[in-house]
Design a protein around this ligand. Structure first.
Ligand code: IMP
Ligand code: MG
Length: 179
């Protein structure tokens, strides 16, 4: 089993790029068919979603716009619960169908906070597209995730945009922490 070291921790190969891309193909088709008449605005959450956002957007052939915002809630390998604000949104979202593009939904705290902030701007609707979802870690059972590429167990992972202390985002495969 292929392993890598990121900072002080060992990680083992968990999901290969080919499998990730297949799951993105599926989600992209779903988005295309459901939002083809909506001229959606994709709001990609930096830094984590950059690889997913890029692979997803290459597969979506409908009129749309793409923009980027930032927000961070993680410190090391545990959700801190200390949420910062969403910043960097320069697009008008009123009466628009927006799709938040995230790398992962873990506790769901970040997503809940973003939904609250975007809701104030009166969009027509808000959808969520996430590469990964850890259903067992979710603290908000009523959070609706329209487009989920892959569901995974609660283990900490890196790669494909996801980091441990800022490192490991560059790997094209996903690795999980070794116990
Ligand atoms: P939540 O607020 O607990 O849902 O956490 C969401 C954010 O935490 C994501 O956008 C990621 O940046 C980060 N995160 C959650 N799980 C992991 C992980 O396994 N590896 C790296 N980052 C993670
Ligand atoms: Mg993130």
């Amino acid at each position: 089993m292929k392993t890598i070291k990121v900072r002080d921790k060992e990680f083992e190969l968990f999901i290969r790029e080919e499998e990730i891309n297949k799951s993105i193909d599926r989600v992209a088709k779903q988005i295309e068919s459901e939002l083809k008449d909506e001229n959606p605005l994709f709001i990609c959450v930096l830094n984590g979603s950059f690889m997913f956002a890029s692979e997803l957007m290459k597969r979506i052939n409908i009129p749309c716009e793409i923009t980027f915002v930032r927000v961070s809630s993680y410190d090391g390998t545990q959700s801190t619960g200390q949420l910062k604000e969403v910043y960097g949104l320069e697009m008008e979202v009123e009466n628009r169908t927006i799709v938040i593009v995230e790398d992962i939904v873990d506790t769901g705290n970040t997503m809940k906070m973003m939904l609250k902030q975007f809701d104030r701007l009166n969009p027509k609707s808000i959808k969520i597209a996430t590469l990964l979802f850890k259903p067992k870690a979710l603290l908000h059972p009523n959070l609706r995730l329209e487009y989920v590429a892959m569901e995974i167990p609660s283990d900490f992972i890196v790669g494909y945009g996801l980091d441990y202390d800022g490192h490991g985002r560059n790997y094209p495969d996903i690795y999980k922490i070794k116990k």
